[in-house]
Design a protein around this ligand. Sequence first.
Ligand code: ZN
Ligand code: ZN
Length: 92
Amino acid sequence: MGSYLGYRCSACGYEEAQMGVGSGRQADPVLVLFHCDECKSVGSTWKSEGQESRCSYCYHPGIQILDIETRNIDCPKCGEPAEFYPQEGEWE
Ligand SMILES: [Zn+2]
Ligand SMILES: [Zn+2]
C-alpha cells in the first residue's frame, strides 16, 4: 500500500500538504518523489518501467527523481533545508 508525505519549508512557507508515494495493488507504476527545476517544486509523480516521468505540475520531462527514503532536501523555492514528513492515511 502507498502512503502520503507532506513537505514544508519553514523559511519561505512553501508547502505541499499531501503527496502519495509508493505503489498500490500493482508494483508498476509507482508514485515517486521528484524535484522539478523548471517550476521549482517538489511533488510526487507516476514512474513506470520504460516511460519518462514528468513533473505533475508543469509536465516538464527533465525532473529529478528522489529516493523514496529521502526526507531532507533543500527547498526548491528558497534553497533553505526543509523536510518531508509522514502524513496520515494510505492508498491502494
Ligand atoms: Zn523555502
Ligand atoms: Zn515542474
